[in-house]
Design a protein around this ligand. Structure first.
Ligand SMILES: Cc1cc2nc3c(=O)[nH]c(=O)nc-3n(C[C@H](O)[C@H](O)[C@H](O)COP(=O)(O)OP(=O)(O)OC[C@H]3O[C@@H](n4cnc5c(N)ncnc54)[C@H](O)[C@@H]3O)c2cc1C
Ligand code: SF4
Length: 561
């Protein structure tokens, strides 16, 4: 018997006369829902561990550990309060584990899961009345907020949603006006980081026997999954979640705003809070973090910058995901292809073998595959561990991600998604890569961020333009270029990739007012340079497709005579 089973067994309670709740992996909190309002002795909870789900994609082991250890600790925390707890292991879709429990216990309640994929799995049980779905109380907004904030649409715009949410909640508002007299301090929050003030070291956690058992289980049951488990960087208990948030408040938030967009080899996280993994499983509540920050004595730019991320972006992307049914239903009737099964994000190309997935009848599909720009290249193997590309910025961030299952926003957007988009990587495959590599990724958040924001695969549906750039942006906002074999001002291929991207998609982007200036510059670009951009695109694409490293001496010759 495992240590966890032995401990949970000690708190065994009879199931009779209790209301039973299914607690999915995104709802590990007793600060909302019935667990926050009703007496523990009236309630029972069901938690499902699901190796079948874990095997659907090659998830980073740290992500598996985060979910498993937090689920187990949450189960014990609730059992200690007197809640009856049933932990079961599913060997197929979640419904296969819940069906027998519904037969035994009667109808079970569940707050609407955040992940569409899980909702899809549970739908037959909801339709039959065995599972009774109630609203998810963890969100800060409802569909009515989204509808009220968007004049019509699509396109949908985050700024309008965020202003509506500020007014509706009164957060960072005084006498009906935004504090600091404007809703956004974004323009002030774009400093690069010179190395000072020092960035805080992330908190270190003391693993207990439950977390150690989880790590051993992952080692044993999921040997083919990438990445390593690092228990010392993994918050596992409710106390750990408090500790991480207290660290973020004291050490990150005072400088969160100004360096929000900076990147550095000297600090993986800079002043970012690293709370996304816990927010998305509700070990930390979004309501709590925004309320705490609103009360803190902080520079307005940092305060507003943080609140915009959680009250604005995080809620907004989830509404876009819901409204489009995970981008399956796009407004202009361009129905994208739907992948029948989940992609392996290039794992098989990396390892040379097929991903060992067990299919199940009626399992959720593999997601929508929009590609407004027709991108159809495979993800370079350089996005997987141990395959440096020679582009120092990319290699550095890829290394960070596989070390921690996390990196901060600008590295995701302006290094990883930017380079993949410039290389015409299939947006679905890129999304799957983010989904498996990051510990905070679930369909409702990773799909809008990659398909819509990172790769422009759904056009201007929720962003005004593609987020692409050449070396100048990366050089300005980071210190990655110093040790790179390429020179950001002379030989960096990313700048050529950028111009080649604009030239290829000039037709689609021409009507976009925010692209007008840059397309005018493209119009003035010398013919030879345009040829060079194209040649560099072909060279980079082919070299990375072969898994080889880019070297400055192999760059296509520039004949500007
Ligand atoms: C290509 C790409 C992929 C992304 N994939 C994910 C993902 O799978 N899961 C995820 O939670 N976030 C994702 N994001 C958003 C964002 O990068 C992360 O939430 C953030 O980096 C997490 O680190 P942090 O907790 O230190 O965030 P901080 O910078 O400290 O910000 C605080 C919080 O704001 C919220 N937030 C900020 N921006 C966003 C956003 N665009 N969408 C949703 N929430 C946001 C997060 O909850 C975050 O924890 C992605 C962004 C991009 C560009
Ligand atoms: S020179 Fe180019 S490839 Fe090298 S780190 Fe800078 S932006 Fe990246």
């Amino acid at each position: 018997m495992s240590i966890f089973s032995r401990l949970i067994e000690q708190y065994h309670q009879e199931p009779t006369d209790r209301r039973w709740l299914f607690i999915p992996y995104d709802q590990l909190s007793d600060e909302f829902g019935r667990l926050s309002r009703e007496h523990p002795s009236d309630l029972g909870i069901v938690l499902v561990e699901n190796p079948w789900k874990a095997n659907r994609r090659p998830y980073h082991r740290q992500k598996l550990a985060l979910i498993l250890t937090n689920g187990r600790h949450f189960a014990l925390e609730q059992a200690r309060r007197g809640v009856a707890v049933r932990c079961v292991v599913a060997e197929g879709p979640y419904r296969t584990a819940l069906e027998p429990l519904i037969d035994e216990l009667g109808p079970i309640e569940v707050m609407r899961p955040a992940e569409r994929e899980l909702r899809d799995d549970l739908r037959p049980l909801v339709d039959s009345g065995g599972l009774v779905e109630t609203a998810h109380e963890g969100w800060l907004s409802g569909p009515e907020d989204f509808a009220a904030s968007q004049k019509s649409g699509p396109p949908w715009r985050m700024d309008a949603f965020y202003r509506h949410m500020r007014r509706r909640t009164g957060l960072l508002m005084r006498d009906g006006k935004p504090i600091g007299d404007k809703f956004s301090f974004d323009a002030e929050n774009r400093k690069s980081w010179p190395g000072a003030p020092p960035a805080p070291a992330p908190p270190v956690f003391e693993p207990d026997e439950i977390s150690r058992e989880v790590a051993a289980l992952i080692e044993r049951r999921f040997p083919h999954h990438p990445g390593d488990v690092d228990l010392t960087s993994l918050p596992a208990t409710a106390n750990d979640a408090d500790h991480l948030w207290s660290w973020a408040r004291d050490h990150c938030l005072p400088l969160f705003g100004p360096y929000e967009d900076a990147m550095s080899v000297r600090s993986r996280g800079l002043f970012h809070t690293r709370i996304s993994g816990l927010l998305n499983i509700h070990r930390l509540l979004p309501a709590r973090v925004v309320a705490d920050v609103a009360e803190m004595d902080l520079p307005t730019a940092s305060k507003e910058g943080f609140v915009r991320q959680v009250l604005g972006w995080r809620e907004f992307v989830r509404h876009v995901h819901e409204r489009t049914d995970g981008f399956r239903s796009l407004p202009d009737a361009r129905s994208p292809r739907i992948a029948a099964t989940p992609g392996d994000a290039g794992w098989s190309c990396w390892t040379g073998q097929g991903w060992p997935r067990t299919a199940a009848p009626g399992e959720p599909d593999g997601g929508a595959c929009p590609s407004s720009l027709g991108a159809d290249h495979s993800l370079p193997v350089g996005f997987w561990p141990g395959n440096p590309t020679g582009l120092a910025c990319l290699d550095h961030v890829v290394d960070d991600v596989w070390t921690e299952a996390w990196s901060h926003h600008i590295t995701r957007l302006m290094v990883l998604a930017n380079i993949a988009t410039l290389l015409e990587v299939k947006p679905r495959q890129l999304t799957d890569w983010f989904w498996v590599a990051y510990l905070d990724a679930y369909d409702w958040v990773v799909e809008p961020n990659v398909l819509a924001m990172g790769s422009y695969a759904v056009g201007p549906l929720m962003t005004t333009k593609p987020y692409v750039s050449g070396a100048a942006y990366i050089d300005r906002m980071s210190d990655y270029c110093g040790p790179c074999a390429f020179d950001p001002k002379q030989s960096c291929p990313i700048t050529n990739l950028y111009w080649a991207f604009l030239a290829r998609h000039r037709g689609v982007l021409a009507d976009n007012p925010r692209m007008r200036l840059i397309l005018a510059s493209l119009g003035k670009r010398d013919r030879k340079r345009i040829d060079e951009d194209r040649a560099v695109f072909v060279w980079v694409s082919q070299t990375l497709a072969e898994g080889a490293r880019l070297l400055p001496e192999d760059r296509p010759e520039v004949d500007r005579a």
